[in-house]
Each structure stands twice: as C-alpha cells, then as structure tokens.
Design a protein around this ligand. Structure first.
Ligand code: IMP
Length: 206
C-alpha cells in the first residue's frame, strides 16, 4: 500500500488526519471528485463504513472513512450522527453552534456534559474493513471561545485543560481528541500493512 484515500470533504478533518498519520510512509490523498456519499446510517460506524467502502471502490485502492459527531447528554445524545446537519442542510458551523446554544438555553453548567465520538473505518480494495473508535469528554459552554479547530470546538470545554477545544493548540487537540484516540488502532494497522523500508546497513570495512 502506498496511497490511502481519505473520504472527507471537511478541511478540518483532513488537516487533522494529515497531522495524525503524517509520519507513515503513505501518500494521503483527498477523495477529490468522488461523488458525495449519502450518510444513511444511524450510527457512526455505519456511516464510516459507507464512506470508506465507497472511497475504496472509487479509488480502487485503500481508503479511510470517518464519521464523528457531538453527543449532548441533556439532548439525549443529539445531535450525534446528525451533527453536520442538525440545524438544516447547508447551514454554517456558526449557525449550528447557535442552534445548539438555543437548545441548551437555561440548562446549568453541570448538566451540559457532552462528548465527541469518532469511528474510523479502514477499507481494503478487496472489501475487507477494520473499525476503530474514540471519544473525548467535555461540556458545552454558553458562548463560543477560541479560533482553532472547527465545528463545535469553540463551545466544547475540556475540563482538564480549563479551555475550549478551539483554545487548545492543534498539537494538544491531536493528543486528546476523539479522532486521535480512534486513529491509534488504525495507525497500528497501517504500520503493519505498510512497514517502513528496512534499514540497510552500509557494508563494514572488515
Ligand atoms: P461528518 O462529516 O458527518 O462526520 O460530520 C461530523 C460533524 O461533527 C462535523 O461537521 C462537526 O460538526 C462535528 N464534529 C466532528 N468532529 C469534530 C471536532 O473535532 N470538532 C468539532 N466538531 C466536530
């Protein structure tokens, strides 16, 4: 395996995958031009699988699909798999954040617990698939803070750092995020499937 197609149109996710998988001897390709995959699944795993399989078929190679989202306890786990579209199709990140704040209006800090979840699916061109999952706990603030990251990051407060995800430098987010936790297993798999070139020792003088 030399190339891995990442099935996403989300520039924030792609940036994070490049940082998280960058050291592997692999060329990460964007699924540029691939027809949009309808996310008809009701779980992160189903949608990750749909995206990874579609990209593996489209590229006739190895592909990675990821589905992720925010689960808010006071909203019974919403927006969940609908995180990207729960304020309506085509809405901006700012509009979705505003909608989330409206839904949580009047709910005190201690009941604003939430988590990000991510499922990554690695798909081989022959149809084999591997799934891995990660989560990251936090709370939803009452107003956005910070400019790093994407999506709900300005509202997602990470208690142990006393900052929102959007106030944490990308290297820090990439150590603690749901995506980085899910990527650990995927990375180990990729390392097995495409080990670095063996070190060749120069001949000794003797
Ligand atoms: P997907 O492309 O259907 O997986 O959309 C996932 C959505 O969940 C994104 O568009 C964001 O709204 C949200 N999301 C997932 N991961 C993150 C993250 O790391 N930070 C902020 N929002 C996220």
């Amino acid at each position: 395996m030399h190339c891995l197609t990442i099935a996403t149109r989300n520039p924030g996710k792609l940036r994070e995958f490049r940082a998280l998988l960058g050291e592997l001897p692999l060329e990460l390709l964007l699924a540029d031009g691939m027809p949009e995959v309808e996310e008809t699944g009701t779980t992160f795993a189903e949608n990750a699988l749909l995206k990874a399989r579609a990209a593996a078929v489209w590229s006739n190679g190895w592909a990675l699909g990821e589905d992720s989202g925010l689960e808010v306890d006071a909203l019974d786990g919403a927006p969940g798999v609908y995180s990207n579209r729960f304020a309506g199709e085509g809405t901006t990140e700012a509009e979705r954040n505003l909608r989330l704040l409206e839904l949580l209006a009047g709910i005190p800090a201690e009941r604003r617990t939430a988590r990000y979840r991510a499922t990554i699916c690695l798909a081989a061109p022959d149809g084999r698939v591997w799934l891995s999952e990660g989560a990251c706990e936090g709370r939803i603030l009452e107003a956005p803070r910070g400019t790093y990251g994407f999506g709900y990051d300005p509202l997602f407060y990470v208690v142990e750092f006393g900052r929102t995800m959007a106030e944490l430098a990308p290297e820090v987010k990439n150590r603690i995020s749901h995506r980085s936790r899910a990527v650990v297993e995927t990375r180990a798999l990729l390392e097995r499937l495409c080990p670095p070139a063996r070190m060749v020792h120069p001949p000794s003088d003797e």
